[in-house]
Design a protein around this ligand. Structure first.
Ligand code: AMP
Ligand code: ZN
Length: 489
């Protein structure tokens, strides 16, 4: 797989580590509001990347953070904590805000058929306090590790304390602005005049690792004891620490939107360098923005920053939204409009119709063969910096080809491991649905009885046995449902 590495400004091979894994870190949401259609674009891109890597045969370990503290409204060291602001708006605590919008975020992920970062389908009743096993890491669960990281940076001479914060000293890192390509003087122009700068800072570009509960943050609701007194972590340190801890200080691909290049990722890179003494991210990969018609930033007030529910209320299904973003390369800036979404809706519906027609014509119930000619082309397109438009052209071409219907369907099933569309929800369900083995069926029956008898110890051990066969069992309103584990998808 080749991707565009922002750091080196060229398309490069994805690096596999010595254990044979691709480690991917996705900068995740700050959970103070529902995600808008621009955020959805970003996450669909990384879902497609994850699925493409798996189809290409890579072992992927992927983490996505949930920022539930420390992200200030400016993205830099000034402004209000977004969670605290959201809490005031909704009249609840920041912890409530974090839980509520984490739930909303994950529920949207599920509706959009995105895999959890751990590579699993997402259960309906997921517990927002038990997300780590699905690959989501909540910042507030890593504060101890953040403090240790900052202590180490201090020891190594990269951090210093003032009366209001602990800062990273950017003058200690010659390569500080390499990611953005900015000159350090240009970087500083971003800081607005009205901002009160901490006079004790050594360099204007130094950024906060830890903010003390003093001055404008005197009443910060979320706070922890630290060697520098009560306070809370900065946003950038969160990602460095969770990435380093969960991915063994070895990250093949680190993603985010282009807005993160000049501040968040630049600062993360500096922290990593200070702590490890080397680059720990092989590739920084960024999605371009989804904007309004005039290139403007999406905003709810302008009616362009809609969330998933609003799009559904406008007559679109989550699959139409998924189609729109899955079929445009992550490096192409996109303009959002309901017209564009209508185009995606029509294309998606006709794709599904075509698949159903072929299923309907297929009398032979035996499993078909994967059509190598098309399969290889599909993989080549994806490996070429995620050429998804080409991959969709190949999908359409396959559907009009002369191959046996059952072979076409078998190959489409493989392609759909990347597209993640709801093809089993259509009339085609019976033709392409999974057939579970007798062993699995028996385990499911026994688990159902165990649960009816409230024998949860037995039902948990049966769940493990099912997992060993490559499936995760979910308890839904319609009974038990199986989803394939990542390595089997
Ligand atoms: P946030 O929750 O604001 O930190 O954003 C979550 C992710 O969505 C980040 O990786 C952002 O870079 C990305 N993002 C935010 N707005 C847009 C947009 N309009 N288009 C594409 N990606 C975006
Ligand atoms: Zn981040």
């Amino acid at each position: 797989m080749k991707l565009y590495n922002t750091l080196n400004r060229k398309v490069e091979d994805v690096v596999v580590n010595e254990k044979g894994f691709v480690h991917m870190y996705n900068c995740g949401p700050t959970v103070y509001y529902h995600m808008h259609v621009g955020n959805i674009r970003a996450y669909v891109c990384w879902d497609i990347l994850h699925r493409s890597l798996m189809l290409s045969g890579y072992n992927v370990k992927r983490i996505m953070n949930i920022t539930d503290v420390g992200h200030l409204t400016s993205d830099e060291d000034f402004g209000e904590d977004k969670l605290e602001k959201g809490a005031k708006r909704d009249g609840v605590t920041p912890f409530d805000i974090a839980d509520y919008y984490t739930k909303s975020f994950i529920s949207d992920f599920r509706k959009l058929n995105m895999l959890s970062p751990g590579g699993y389908e997402i259960p309906e009743d997921i517990d927002v306090h038990d997300l780590k096993r699905f690959g989501w890491t909540r910042a507030t669960e890593y504060v101890k590790e953040m403090i240790e990281f900052i202590v180490e940076l201090e020891k190594l001479g990269y951090a210093y304390e003032t009366s209001t914060a602990v800062y990273f000293d950017v003058s200690k890192y010659d390569d500080y602005t390499k990611l953005s390509g900015q000159k350090i003087e240009e970087k500083l122009q971003g800081v607005r005049d009205e901002v009160v700068v901490d006079k004790e800072k050594k360099n204007p570009a130094d950024f906060a690792l830890w903010m003390k509960r003093v001055g404008e943050h005197e009443n910060h609701y979320m706070h922890w004891a630290s060697p520098w007194g009560d306070g809370f972590p900065g946003w950038h340190i969160e990602c460095s620490v969770m990435g380093a801890k969960e991915l063994d200080g070895n990250i093949s691909i680190h993603t985010g939107g282009v807005d993160h290049i000049s501040v968040h990722h630049t600062n993360e890179r500096a922290q990593n360098f200070g702590f490890f003494g080397k680059e720990i991210v092989s590739m920084w990969v960024h999605n371009e923005f989804l904007t309004g018609k005039k290139g403007d930033k999406l905003s709810k007030s302008a009616g362009t920053g809609m969330n998933l529910e609003e799009l559904i209320n406008n007559g679109f299904s989550p699959m139409h939204v998924r189609y729109l973003f899955a079929t445009v390369n992550y490096r192409i800036p996109m303009v959002f409009s309901l017209d564009a979404l209508t185009g995606a809706k029509n294309a998606y519906n006709s794709l599904m119709k075509r698949i159903q027609q072929i299923c309907g014509k297929c009398n032979d119930q035996t499993e078909g063969e994967i059509i190598k000619e098309y399969y290889d082309q599909f993989i080549i397109a994806l490996n070429d910096d995620l050429n998804v438009s080409e991959a969709m052209a190949i999908t359409n071409k396959l559907l009009s080809s002369d191959y046996l219907h059952k072979d076409i369907i078998r190959t489409i099933k493989e392609f759909n491991k990347v597209w993640g569309f709801d093809i089993t929800d259509s009339d085609s369900k019976n033709s392409i649905g999974d057939e579970y083995s007798a062993e699995l069926k028996d385990l499911l029956d026994r688990r159902k009885s165990a649960r009816e008898d409230k024998n949860y110890e037995l039902s948990d051990s049966l769940r493990d046995e099912i997992s060993n066969l490559g499936y995760t069992v979910l308890d839904t309103a319609d009974g038990q449902k199986l989803v394939k584990n990542a390595t089997n998808i």
